[in-house]
Write a protein that binds this ligand. Structure first.
Ligand code: HEM
Length: 124
């Protein structure tokens, strides 16, 4: 059984995405990077997280090879921003995923990519 099924599949991933982005937009370090219309991004993130956690390959079917680090290159991602992103995700998981063990597994899987996407030194 995939992590996707353990955490509750489509319903849980939708809840994560819908809870996460309002937190991102409320974070002064992250908000300036994001577009006004969040709907397309939220749909892509739903598709991406679905396949990232072992569900159907929705993102790749629609958008091709994820190449997520490359897709993040246009945006100045510092270590502090990666930590802010993970912190928004942690509080999202606390609201959406009841099991602390499951929350830890999910957050740990996202930590690698988040730090990997850092593409810029901290701003002075
Ligand atoms: C490290 C901190 C991160 C920051 C600051 C960040 C920021 C962003 C920004 C600004 C966009 C583009 C928004 C737009 O369309 O204009 C984006 C897209 C996206 N991000 Fe992140 N992100 C981070 C980490 C992650 C992580 C860890 C994941 C998943 C593992 C992720 C998944 C995605 C996906 C799926 C997209 C849509 C890509 C596409 O255009 O097809 N991001 N992110």
């Amino acid at each position: 059984m995939e992590l996707y099924d353990y955490i509750g599949g489509e319903t849980t991933i939708r809840n994560i995405v819908n809870t996460f982005y309002p937190k991102v937009l409320a974070n002064p370090l992250l908000a300036p990077l994001f577009p006004e219309d969040m709907e397309p991004l939220m749909e892509k993130q739903f598709q991406f997280l679905t396949q990232f956690f072992g569900g159907p390959s929705l993102y790749t079917e629609r958008h091709g090879n994820p190449m997520m680090r490359a897709r993040h290159m246009p945006f100045p991602i510092t270590r502090v921003r990666a930590e802010a992103w993970l912190s928004c995700m942690q509080s999202t998981l606390e609201e959406v995923v009841p099991s602390p063990e499951m929350r830890a597994v999910i957050l740990n899987r996202l930590k690698g990519p988040a730090y990997f996407f850092v593409n810029q030194e901290e701003e002075a």
